[in-house]
Design a protein around this ligand. Structure first.
Ligand code: ATP
Length: 241
């Protein structure tokens, strides 16, 4: 029910100058689930995530996280409350080592021992990052940078992570690998996930609940199990006849 949501957007409108990118978006994410927002290029997916994490201030509406109104709060304070954002295009620090990128994700945390344990924890999910720990992040492949960006977000010990198009530019094989690990992180750590994707097939398989975004508006929502069976979704998002 509504009261149980960890994240709640109500009638959120965000714009870039005269361009309304999202127009009255309402959605909810329940604790422990993987939720997804599907939509074509330009539908407004990235804008939703930037509005949640405080990078963009909405013109209207509200964002609630764990029962608190976080609308337009400073992004660093939102991270401290337990909400981490993995941006589109990864945006790792290219000149820093893999290990230092991870430590940047934990910069607000004081307990060094817990941070060191969490570095080991993310290496458990992504062993290649342990092998590359001393290497500059800019030298990693695209897939490895995506792994690092997810790991860096986990280093803030979040309750909710926002994932912006993790499949972008990755092979189907790597995309599958990364989605499998996101599902494991969700199941094993209980981290709630809100994932936005153009790759509807991968997203609908990984997620529990989905929203469909068209031109800045939510036009459909349902369990992913039911969304996969809808004719419109099959035709327009899964490329089936
Ligand atoms: P993509 O996956 O390609 O990022 P998206 O669904 O995430 O697409 P948004 O990036 O949120 O879509 O963009 C929504 C709309 O806002 C688009 O029409 C886009 O052109 C516009 N837009 C996005 N960023 C800006 C910006 N910085 N200035 C002006 N318009 C923008």
């Amino acid at each position: 029910s509504a009261a149980e949501a960890i994240l709640k957007l109500a009638n959120v409108e965000s714009a870039y100058g005269p361009i309304k990118a999202i127009r009255g978006v309402s959605l909810q994410v329940r604790p422990g689930e993987i939720a997804t927002v599907l939509g074509a290029n330009g539908a407004g997916k990235t804008t939703i995530l930037k509005t949640i994490s405080g990078i963009i201030d909405p013109r209207k509406g509200s964002v609630e996280f764990r029962g608190d109104n976080i609308t337009a709060l400073d992004p660093a304070l939102i991270v401290q409350r337990g909400l981490s954002h993995v941006p589109e295009g990864r945006e790792v620090f290219p000149l820093l080592s893999v290990r230092d990128n991870l430590l940047m994700g934990a910069y607000t945390r004081r307990d060094r021992d817990a941070v060191a344990r969490d570095v080991e924890g993310v290496f458990g999910y992504f062993p290649i990052l342990r092998e590359r720990a001393a290497q500059q992040a800019g030298l990693l492949s695209g897939g490895q940078q995506q792994m690092l960006a997810i790991s860096r977000a986990l280093m803030a010990a979040p309750e909710l992570i926002l994932l912006d198009e993790p499949s972008l530019g990755l092979s189907p094989k790597l995309t599958k690998e990364i989605f499998e690990i996101v599902v494991r992180i969700n199941r094993e750590r209980g981290t709630t996930v809100l994932l936005v994707e153009q790759n509807a097939n991968m997203a609908l398989n990984a997620a529990d609940y989905g929203y469909v975004l068209e031109n800045g508006r939510i036009v459909m929502e349902d369990s992913c199990e039911r969304l996969r069976e809808k004719d419109d979704i099959k035709e327009f998002y899964l490329g089936m006849k």
